[in-house]
Ligand binder design. Structure first.
Ligand code: MRU
Length: 342
């Protein structure tokens, strides 16, 4: 499945990315030439979504190698970019893998080796998204789907994860419409997912986050499918805040709740969700959006960017290798062993 739009380009010595903070009203490409610029773009969610963050982490190493390809600065750059946001494991693992690929080359060839790694990584991601969507198609029951946040091309560079499954289901005539939560406070659902779906000709129905439980209990959706930022060894899954509420409502209603994520999202170093670092963001992001302010100045906020859905609420984890089913600890360990042997 081809990605319907281009969101990232490796054009040595620059990284070019679509500025997601401006969408859907303005399609502006950023020309990123150093890791200061890249770090700002990641923190401001100009680029976002766990798999795309992995690609950006790798590109950060390539940008750093353009400036100084000696070992110590490359290690420092991978560390810095890899920790620009804490929850999506692939940001750090993407940076580390590119660092290792670059360091395997002689110093004067390291920048080229890093850019070549980035290009291959994007091709692999696109192939993985296609395989994941095919597995999703056989796991998710026919009918309309509710999704959360943005897991499309904007979030992966490929066809998407949960949204890739939606695309495949629509193409197969198994789904008429996709319900999209607005995803407060940064509105990834309303701004990005609704835009991607409409561009692809897939009917999208937008709902306030607060309406999601009522929608699920009304019997209007056959499944809830979301992405993931990090999956612990026991299957507990961190994803955009609000995912946990959807999973609880789905369990109450007997509606299947799926996570769709590439195997690179598993982090066996986290034994359970309690060990997943959760990013907290500013009160300003809850008290307004852009220039509009609706909360009184000075009010405090509790603003986690992610929450953790316990494994026992997850029907299955759709990956590019197939659907992982409970009991998760054994199934995840077996899958990771298989990947290690390759
Ligand atoms: O804060 P964001 O927009 O980076 O959060 C994104 C999500 O939570 C996505 O659901 C997740 O990264 C999976 S993207 C395929």
């Amino acid at each position: 499945m081809e990605p319907p739009l281009e969101v990232i380009r490796f054009e040595p010595p620059a990284l070019r990315v679509l500025d997601q903070s401006r969408l859907p009203h303005e399609e502006r490409w950023l020309d990123i030439r150093d890791i200061d610029q890249l770090e700002e773009a990641i923190r401001a969610l100009r680029v976002r979504g766990a798999p795309l963050l992995g690609l950006c982490g790798a590109a950060g190493v390539a940008l750093a190698a353009e400036a100084d390809a000696a070992e110590a600065p490359l290690r420092a750059a991978a560390e810095r970019i890899g920790s620009a946001r804490p929850t999506a494991v692939e940001l750090a693992t993407g940076a580390a893998a590119c660092r290792d690929a670059a360091l395997a080359a002689p110093e004067r060839e390291r920048a080229a080796a890093a850019w070549a790694f980035c290009a291959a990584y994007l091709r692999r991601r696109q192939a993985e998204d296609g395989a994941l969507a095919r597995h999703g198609l056989s796991a998710v029951p026919p009918g309309d789907v509710l999704t959360h946040c943005n897991t499309g091309t904007l979030a992966t560079g490929g066809a998407g994860t949960a949204l890739g499954v939606v695309r495949a289901a629509h193409a197969a005539g198994r789904l008429e419409r996709c319900y999209v939560t607005e995803t407060r406070p940064l509105l990834q659902g309303a701004r990005l997912t609704a835009w991607e779906l409409l561009q692809s000709g897939i009917p999208a129905v937008l709902l306030p986050d607060t309406a999601a439980a009522a929608l699920i209990l009304s019997g209007s959706v056959a499944a809830v499918v979301t992405g993931a930022d990090r999956i612990a060894a026991n299957g507990d899954t961190a994803n955009k805040v609000g995912t946990l509420g959807l999973a609880l409502a789905a369990a109450r209603a007997g509606v299947p709740f799926f996570i769709a994520a590439p195997t690179s999202t598993f982090d066996p170093a986290c034994r359970s969700g309690a060990e997943i670092p959760i990013e907290f963001r500013t009160a300003g992001e809850v008290g307004g959006y852009g220039d509009a302010r609706w909360a009184p100045a000075g009010v405090e906020a509790w603003n986690p960017a992610f929450d953790v859905t316990p494994a026992d609420l997850i029907t299955g984890i759709i990956t590019e290798r197939g659907v992982v089913r409970p009991p998760y600890p054994a199934a995840i360990a077996a899958l990771l062993r298989e990947l290690q042997l390759e």
